[in-house]
Design a protein around this ligand. Structure first.
Ligand SMILES: [Zn+2]
Length: 157
């Protein structure tokens, strides 16, 4: 659980290059309390936003992803690299974000980033706690931010 005090703090979780495209989810009030992470899709369905705070971190990190439509829609089943859910091309696909003005990085994910809910329903079905899975999920988000984007996530090596 973490807290974001104001809309300014909220926007500041994102890199400056992303801030111009970020809109908080409709009806967001501050201070905002987030249980594990916050993910939402923009009204056009083009961008997916993520705000999370990995275990041990001091501050939340925001990432603005774009849903890049890619070729092969006939591929029947895809795997989300964060929650390992399988789904069709409508559910799982490449989400990309700017590394700099020339390069983008991408990862195959649930297009709505509701990985936590999927992990939770799997854990419920199997009658076990989801806590370790959520921790691992936040760790993968952190790794993408630090290794994929080179962000300072506040974790000491
Ligand atoms: Zn997922």
């Amino acid at each position: 659980m973490f807290q974001i005090a104001s809309e300014k703090d909220f926007l500041n979780t994102f890199r400056s290059r992303d801030r111009k495209v970020v809109e908080p989810p409709k009806g967001t009030r501050f201070p905002l309390f987030v249980r594990d992470y916050l993910a939402w899709v923009d009204p056009y369905g083009v961008r997916v936003f993520l705000v999370f705070q990995a275990p041990g971190q001091q501050r939340p990190i925001g990432i603005a992803f774009r849903r890049d439509q890619q070729g092969d829609k006939t591929l029947t089943s895809r795997l989300c690299e964060w929650c390992h859910a399988y789904g069709s091309a409508d559910q799982i696909g490449l989400l990309t974000t700017d590394l700099d003005s020339k390069r983008r990085v991408g990862v195959n994910l649930c297009l709505d980033l509701r990985c936590g809910e999927r992990l939770e329903s799997t854990a419920n079905r199997e009658g076990r706690s989801v806590l370790d899975d959520i921790k691992a999920l936040l760790g993968k988000m952190e790794r993408f931010a630090s290794e994929g984007l080179g962000l300072d996530t506040g974790l000491k090596q």
